[in-house]
Design a protein. Structure first.
Length: 114
């Protein structure tokens, strides 16, 4: 089983999701996505696994970078590219288990892909 979490240790939901996985006896690969940003292709794949059609649904639209980059007027590939170049914009945490993924908001939502 390939289990990965796109993790931000400063985020309480991300910490709670990681703790939940560890409490289940799982040892996921931890990707500090702000330091090791996913590529546009990886983000696009994750969107598909999450069942998300609009990339904006995986974005932190309240971040200053969202407004600074004028992303409210963008769509599709432009949003995916923005997340790849500014990973702070990616909603967290994303947990990937093989060909399935879940957003850890709330943390318990990742249980459905284990």
């Amino acid at each position: 089983m390939s289990l990965t979490i796109w993790h931000n240790p400063r985020c309480s939901k991300s910490r709670q999701t990681l703790a939940l996985l560890e409490d289940k006896g799982l040892n996921p690969d931890i990707r500090l996505y702000q330091e090791n940003a996913p590529t546009a292709d990886e983000i696009n794949t994750a969107l598909g696994m999450l069942g998300i059609d609009d990339p904006r649904a995986l974005m932190r639209t309240g971040e200053a970078e969202y407004k600074e980059q004028g992303l409210a007027d963008k769509s599709g590939d432009a949003l995916i590219e923005a997340m790849a170049t500014t990973p702070k914009l990616i909603e967290r945490p994303v947990v990937i288990n093989g060909d399935k993924a879940a957003l850890g908001r709330p943390p318990e939502s990742v249980l459905k892909i284990l």
